[in-house]
Design a protein around this ligand. Structure first.
Ligand code: MN
Length: 419
């Protein structure tokens, strides 16, 4: 019986995106997270005395900024070497053979798969054959698995492959392959990489995407880690997920329906943060707060976004700055007037219709974009936000703001008059 670790998509030292610095924000610990997660992986390997570790592509995020990323990796691998643990390293689209301009000599225990054709490493001690092929370039469109060799008879065969499988949302389509193709090789386990969300594609034999070992932004939310695979003395194989991440990204939705005051909203938000923290069981969280629901607070939320964002950050800090970091606050509420807006007629209805239609009309959005581009040249350069004026997405979300705010402003005197 032996165990091995199957990890992928480590993206070591990958730059953080959308990271806003604010007083008390644990920016540095977030920046170090991919390294700490890798240390957890090495600790797990030592603790479980695994036979070997497989890294199924995208160990590195791209070319190293400096040699420190490489030196850090070498140091971690040498910890494994001291315990006689081999590492099988495959290069993916991010760290393809032609992408890294810097290199370092790797410890002897690290075996890198060739990129010109599939290569097999045989570990006689464990009766294992590990087959794989690295990416030669960052843009492999062929099914690399097609050329993988047939299984070695009487051994435990493991296929290592960086692939989008049959295609997955949000991931570039590299080295696509079909389940039947993988099954036809007769291997006992497929160690896949590239898709950052954990997925068990097949149970018998196991075909697994372990997901990345540490989430790097809100689209990589939830628990992140690796597969710990056990091969028993009858060669039957089981796999379990082990969390390696040192912090989690989570979306927290707070329904403000029916709430009328800021204090009511804050206590609702506090409760939501507390329950997210409770679920995290001590793991630090980076949270994107989504405020939803039909509420009288809607226009206030939209007109003083900064106040709300910073207030929610304050609520987060109050729970311990190293426990929850508010990444962003998304205002997705609706005005209480929306319901009645269908019954408006005359100029108000016309106005709302124009705004709705503009948001759906690409030509109109492009036209607005041109006009905003002109406006942008007249804004002071230090207005960093002005960069965003260029995107249709930004214009669309602003139109929602405009609609809600106008509705609120224009109907106020009406409702007062009717009383
Ligand atoms: Mn990849």
């Amino acid at each position: 019986m032996f165990k091995f670790i199957h990890a992928a998509d480590i993206h070591l030292d990958s730059p953080l995106r959308g990271l806003e610095r604010y007083e008390g924000a644990p920016v540095d610990s977030v920046r170090q997270a991919s390294r700490r997660a890798m240390e957890n992986m090495v600790d797990l390997a030592l603790r479980e005395q695994v036979a070997f570790v497989i890294i199924a592509g995208d160990l590195f995020d791209g070319d190293w900024k400096d040699y420190n990323t490489g030196l850090y990796f070498v140091r971690q691998m040498s910890r494994l070497a001291e315990s006689g643990i081999a590492v099988f390293l495959l290069k993916g689209n991010h760290d393809a053979a032609n992408k890294l301009t810097k290199s370092l000599p790797l410890p002897d225990n690290v075996k890198v798969f060739a990129h010109k054709s599939p290569q097999t490493f045989r570990l006689d001690e464990f009766n294992v054959s590990v087959h794989g092929q690295s990416f030669a370039t960052g843009d492999v469109k062929d099914d690399l698995s097609a050329n993988y060799p047939a299984a070695d008879a009487g051994r435990v065969n493991i296929g290592v492959l960086h692939t989008c499988a049959s295609g997955r949302d949000g991931h570039d389509s590299y080295a696509p392959c079909k389940l039947e193709g993988l099954l036809s090789k007769g291997y006992q386990y497929w160690a896949l990489g590239h898709i950052h969300k954990r997925e068990v594609l097949n149970k018998e034999p196991l075909i697994v995407f372990p997901g990345n070992i540490q989430g790097r932004h809100i689209r990589e939310s939830g628990r992140k880690g690796c597969s710990l695979v056990t091969v028993d003395d009858r060669n039957s194989i089981s796999e379990e997920f082990v969390e390696l991440g040192v912090m989690r990204w989570e979306n927290v939705t707070v329904d403000l329906s029916g709430l009328k005051t800021e204090d009511e909203a804050f206590s609702q938000i506090s409760m939501a943060l507390d329950s997210a923290l409770q679920e995290a069981e001590g793991m630090p969280l980076a949270v994107r707060v989504h405020l939803t629901g039909r509420t009288a607070l809607d226009s206030g939320l939209r007109s003083v976004r900064k106040h709300w964002t910073e207030s929610i950050r304050a609520l987060g800090l109050d729970r311990g700055s190293d426990r929850v970091w508010i990444e962003k606050v998304k205002i997705e509420t609706e005005s209480v007037l929306v319901e009645s807006s269908e019954h408006f007629d005359g100029p108000l209805a016309e106005l709302l219709l124009v705004i709705t239609e503009t948001a759906q009309d690409t030509d109109a959005l492009n036209e607005l974009q041109d006009e905003l581009a002109d406006l942008r040249t007249r804004l002071p350069a230090e207005l960093g936000e002005s960069k965003m004026l260029a995107s249709n997405e930004w214009i669309k979300s602003s139109l929602v703001d405009v609609q809600q705010l106008l509705l609120d402003k224009l109907t106020k005197p009406l409702s007062t008059a009717s009383k």
